[in-house]
Ligand binder design. Structure first.
Ligand code: NDP
Length: 403
């Protein structure tokens, strides 16, 4: 076996032959001491990392997930593996065997499983910093308030609650407990949406004149996750509160403005038993102070769509799809044609968890605090009222109806 220095000499000799046509590289190679490369199994220096380091596990902010349903199990729990500042430490569920199975798979201590009755015992678990509420909409307020009262920060799914009054209770409770409250509007952390907003704010689209956004899917009463959505007392409404809220959000974040007037039309098949309590199709329009408008829609019967378009005086941005869990796309269409925009991949769910964790750690106000969720719930109420009135209704700056 050659000595290290012999092998180094041989390496340089070989390198000399190959580098005859590259004197600069050769000079550099000779000037530097060639590295000693171990020939057997051996540890090596820390590699250069391509992304941000995750926090050590013990230092990550601990999350309790409340409600182990379709969204929690398929999107949120797997996303903890990609989070850098957040970790899953507790589960809250009404189904103990399911919760134990989930706990074992995700490395959560079975002692950190709670049911809804003993939920308040989370107060005694110092590992839990944040409670992530992923329950049917009508239950968001109760569990957010109980979490704040137990001294925990709250991340709550959309819509924040079914009434503005419930949103206000959630905000007041978090404030009294000096805890953070954020609505988990994932689109703000989705890289294509974030890029489209950045282009709009940078003036790349010119002045935004119109936003259109359409969110549609088929609702299926055979699917457990769709069953409570058809019960108004649990969902608070139909397609508007469930997926139309993405269209509403898109209009607000693409224009960067708050609407001053709203009009709406609702169409629900009368003979379809799915829609005994909640509406199907909602078309709604918003007017903004700049004169920009939004034409928005949602339904539970039209073929799947998750589309956002912002039409500016210079170009328009097309997010199609825009709010899928994966596979979103952004194109900019201008004088010179259509250009697909590449963005760095980012798991929007992990990014949401990490943002919340960083806010807890640093004391920063979340990007999407309770007031943001409250505004949407007020606007949703105004949209229903405008449909009922059959005419344009004016809005106050806080999203509630004027007059
Ligand atoms: P699921 O019905 O699949 O999950 C809800 C879970 O809540 C249930 O599995 C159950 O968990 C618990 N629960 C407690 N009481 C009830 C009750 N009376 N009826 C039904 N469930 C109950 O719904 P989703 O996961 O689709 O939605 C949950 C929330 O997440 C909603 O607010 C929804 O708007 C939001 N969501 C957000 C999405 C996003 O992209 N941001 C996407 C999908 C949903 P357990 O069995 O553990 O007790």
């Amino acid at each position: 076996m050659p000595t290290p220095s012999a092998s180094r000499r041989r390496f340089l000799g070989t390198a000399t032959l190959g580098l005859a046509a590259a004197p600069t590289i050769l000079a550099t190679a000779i000037a530097q001491e060639a590295p000693v490369v171990p020939r057997g199994v051996s540890g090596r220096p820390m590699p250069k990392l391509e992304g941000e380091w995750p926090d050590p596990t013990a230092r990550r902010i601990g999350f309790a997930v409340v409600g182990l349903g379709q969204f929690a199990l398929n999107q949120i729990l797997p996303a903890f593996a990609e989070a850098r500042h957040a970790r899953l430490v507790a589960l809250v569920s009404g189904n103990r065997p399911k919760a134990e199975d989930v706990a074992d798979r995700y490395g959560v201590d079975r002692k950190a499983i709670y049911d809804y009755g003993v939920f308040d015992h989370i107060r005694d678990n110092p590992e839990i910093d944040v409670v992530y509420v992923i329950l049917p909409n009508a239950l968001h307020a109760e569990f957010s308030v109980r979490a704040s009262k137990a001294g925990k920060h709250v991340l709550c799914e959309k819509p924040m609650a079914n009434t503005p009054e419930d949103c206000e209770r959630m905000i007041a409770s978090a404030r009294e407990a000096d805890r953070k409250l954020m609505v988990a509007y994932r689109a703000h952390f989705e890289p294509h949406n974030a890029k489209a907003v950045a282009l709009a704010r940078a003036g790349e689209l010119g002045t935004i004149r119109l936003v259109t956004s359409d969110h549609h899917r088929h609702i299926d009463p055979a699917v457990p996750a769709d069953q409570w959505r058809l019960v108004k007392a649990l969902s608070g409404g139909g397609s508007l509160v469930d997926i139309g809220i993405y269209s509403l959000q898109a209009a607000r974040y693409m224009t960067g403005e708050e609407p001053v007037a709203v009009a709406a039309q609702i169409s629900t098949p009368k003979d379809d038993p799915r829609f005994r309590e909640v509406e199907d199709l909602v078309s709604f329009q918003l007017r903004f102070p700049s004169g920009a408008q939004a034409h928005l829609s949602s339904s539970y019967t039209a073929q799947r769509a998750k589309r956002i378009q912002a039409f500016g005086t210079k170009a328009h941005a097309v997010l199609d799809p825009g709010t899928e869990y994966q596979g979103n796309r952004l194109a900019v269409v201008g004088e010179d044609g259509r250009r697909e925009v590449d963005v760095d991949p980012l798991n929007q769910f992990a990014a949401t968890l990490d943002h919340m964790a960083e806010c807890v750690r640093t004391g920063r106000t979340p990007l999407l605090p309770g007031e943001e969720g409250l505004r949407d719930v007020r606007l949703i109420k105004a949209i229903y009222a405008a449909a009922e009135a059959g005419r344009w209704l004016d809005l106050k700056p806080d999203g509630s109806l004027a007059g």
